[in-house]
Each structure stands twice: as structure tokens, then as C-alpha cells.
Design a protein. Sequence first.
Lengths: 257, 184
Amino acid sequence: MRLAGRVALVTGASHERGIGRGIALALAAEGADVACCDIGFLDAGEQLADEIRALGRQSTFAACDVSDRTSVDALIEQVERDLGPLDIAVSNAGTAGWESFTEITDESFDRIVGVNLTGAFNVGQSSAQAMVRSGHGGRIVFTSSVHVQMGFPSMAIYGSTKQALRAMAETMAIELAQFEITVNHIGPGWVKSQLNDSSPGLQTKADEEATLKLIPIPRASEAIEQGYAVVYLCSPEAEYVTGEFLRVDGGFVVGKF
Amino acid sequence: MARVVGLPKPLADAVGAIGDERTLVAGTGEHRVAPFLEITQADWEATVAGIREAFRAARDAAAELVEQGQPGRLIFVSTAAALRPVQGACLAATAGAFFHTLAQVAAIELAAEGVTANVVAPGFVSDDRFVESTPAGRAPEPSDVADVCAFLASDAASFVTGAVIPVDGGFSISKSGGGSPLLR
């Protein structure tokens, strides 16, 4: 077990089809104790914590709005009281919206930026501060997206938050290396997560078939596959990997035709 | 004269002299230089406010152009630190990078309307602290940025869209060490 004895936090972890759940389970399977949080799907979050405990790990679940800094700081303090010093932080919580560029509302901008960017800053900085305090180094992983390298019409704000996150993660990487903290981000391709349920381009079987034609490995990713990538970035083997973007997208970005 | 939002005065003056009313040049405001661990909530909120203001200006300008059936130009001003990270410049890099994808998605959606969207990513304008790490051997001046904006605003650039163009004398493609001059 590559992560035995490590304490991890995963945000946006609850939903049964979500990437966060796949990450939490993959970390636990490698021996980490995992604190999970989410703003919704609270029953599913408690069930996830039960599932992780059934693996023999410690686990907690808490409701948390990552866009609220006070809540994030309180969450991390609680995780450290319950499980011990934080070794791994996975900022995964995200939200999306589909609007044409000229019709994006201020409310939509604030909602998506609040969760995807401010939330990532809150979790990233609060985690890093905790890791510096403990003096044991750490691993920070963000869930960004293939949008970092590929523009999707009607998703301008979502994609832009992920690109901003990319630059933030790179700057964090070069500043936090002195504290033995690595900072990386993963780029999921198509996952049949709750986030994508309202995608106008994924409503019918024909929509799904059209999407599959864009992906060289012609299937959606399982959430646990995103978790495997996070496990690698948090493992001893990745001690020298920082500022990196690891796509797990079946070749989506590199395959235009 | 182009419409200009979110740029410091010397740069605003330089780019304001290019293009016409169908050109918008949008920056993200000024951002505190600080180590990542020392960024405050107020710093962060100011950066998000800068992003929001420029986004609104671009969205509204694009909507106006489309409604009038006019071709036009959206030009976003990012920073070379969004291409190659610089210690102490996290806020500027984060804000600048936001516009890389914003411009690219706008470019895709608005191409059929004759509206282009591009990004210029200047080095640290008029800041001599970065000269040693700039292959061209000098700091970028406002006129360097304005010249590229003028090209993007011109008819000659009508087929250029979704581009991110460094205006940095090679700063972002070369490596330097010894710590960021911003934090010395």
C-alpha cells in the first residue's frame, strides 16, 4: 500500500457517479485515511465514509461550501483533529454551466468562479498552510479539465476557471517546493458524472455516440480511473513530479480527427 | 479609438490609441504581488473582481457587435506569468490565464459573426528587474503591447482568433533561476 498512514482530504466527494468519490476510494484502497466533504448529497457522503471505513481505513464526512473560506479553514482544522496532520489535499469540487458567451449571466459567472476557482484557492491555500505548519510536506492535487487544452463552446466560464487553476497550480508548485509540497492537477475527459447530467450535448444516445467519436479510446472514463491518477501523484514514486498536468481523457485532447 | 478596461494607465493610454469602437482591450486590473501563502482574502476578492469586470465588458461588447451585425475585436491582456510561472505573481497569473480560455471559447462561438478574440501576454511592462531573464535584453514597453494589439485590431488579422501571443522578448520561453525579483 503506497499511501499507508497518510491523511487525505477530498472535496466534492459525495455523488455516487462523481470523480471525487472515485478519488476518495482509490486513495483509501492504497491505505490512506480519507476525510470527505461536499456541499450536497449528504447521505451519499456518509455512505462513502462508511464504505471507506469498511476497507479498514479511518474516514469522516462533513458538509462544506468550499467557496466560503471560514468553512474551509474549519474543515481542515477538524480533519487534523480527527485524523491527524494533513498529507494530501484533493481540491475536486466543481460546477458547470452551459450558456452562449453573450448570454452568460452575472449569477452564473459568480457561481462557477466561486466554486471552481475561489473554492480551489481556499482549499489549496488552507491546505498548504496546514502542511507548512506540520513541517511534513504534502501533496496537493486539483481536478482541472481537458478544457485547459481544448475550448468547448457554451462553457466559457467553466473552461476559464480551469485554465486559471492551471496557472495557480503552477505558481504554487514553484513556491511550495521549498516546503516539500508538490502541486499538480489532473485533466479528466468525459466522465458520466452528475456535473455532466445537464450538458445539452449529452442528453440522448445519439449525443453520446457523437461524443464517443471524438475520443480515441471510445468510452467514458470511470471515476476510479481519475482516482488512480491522483494516487500516483500522491505516491512516493511521484515525489519529483510537481507543476504537472496529467490528463486522463482517453486521448480526447490529442485526437481532433 | 478602442474601448479599454482594466489596464494601468501607461498601458491603457498606449492601447487606447489603436483600433476603433469595435475593438475592446480588456485587462484584469492590478494584482498584489505576494507569496502564495500570504495572499489575503481581500487580495483574492480584488482579483476576482478584476476578472469579473473584464468579462462583463467583453460579454457586453460581443453582444453589441453581434446585435449590430458588426465584425469586431476582443483583445485580452494577460501576462507572461500565466505562461511561465513567477514566484509572487500568482494572482496576476491566475487572472491572466482565465482569459486564455475565455478568449478561445469566445473565438469559437463568435467566429461566424466576424468577431475575433485573442490574448496578448506581456512580460513585466517597464520593469527592469526582469531584464537579465529576458533574452531580448530589455523590459517590454507599453508601445510593444500596443503594436501587437494594433495588429490584432487590424483587417490584416481577421483570420487570427483564439491566439495567445507572448509580448515578452522571449521571457516566457527561457528559463531563469535564483528566485523571483518580485520577492526580493
